[in-house]
Design a protein around this ligand. Sequence first.
Ligand code: SIN
Ligand code: FE2
Length: 199
Amino acid sequence: MADGAVLLRGFARADEQVLLAALREITAAAPFRHMVTPGGYQMSVAITNCGDVGWVTDRSGYRYDAVDPGSGKPWPAMPSAFRALAARAAAEAGFPAFAPDACLINRYEPGARLSLHQDRDERDFASPIVSVSLGLPAIFLFGGLKRSDKPQRYRLEHGDVVVWGGPSRLFFHGVAPLADGEHALHGRVRVNLTFRRAR
Ligand code: SIN
Ligand code: FE2
């Protein structure tokens, strides 16, 4: 896709049942919720997390927090199947020894979108971002270092994994409004797992 950015088609397909089962456990303990941006807008994407820390947003800003603000308890642990998949994908893309401590889980219903942004709330930009797409297909927008760089458009399907790091670690990216549909395993949603080394 770019220097440091790789699209691994179908890389997570073989793990789909294990990922779904783990996802159900996580969301039973830490349900999806719509958070509010610092600007006061409610996100159309619903989120939850697993791992040592989770990405959260509210009126005071974006940050990583060890505690789920919804329950007051730590986020669910990162399942070993999640960790292993992320490390394998990173290695395949040229980033050996990726050890994520955070996994942001995004749920898109039809119409939900994610505007262009950089992932820059992490302390460590040496580690890549590993993004696993599950469920309905989406158009992933992948730009450059400047917000004004015209994004390329990639159709991401169930099981596709995108890794970006090195020279493209801070590239702007986003997701176009989700088209309606029905996925055999996940139903009427797209779920995206993004693995990061936050701390
Ligand atoms: C993100 O940028 O956090 C998610 C990207 C995606 O859903 O593909
Ligand atoms: Fe992102």
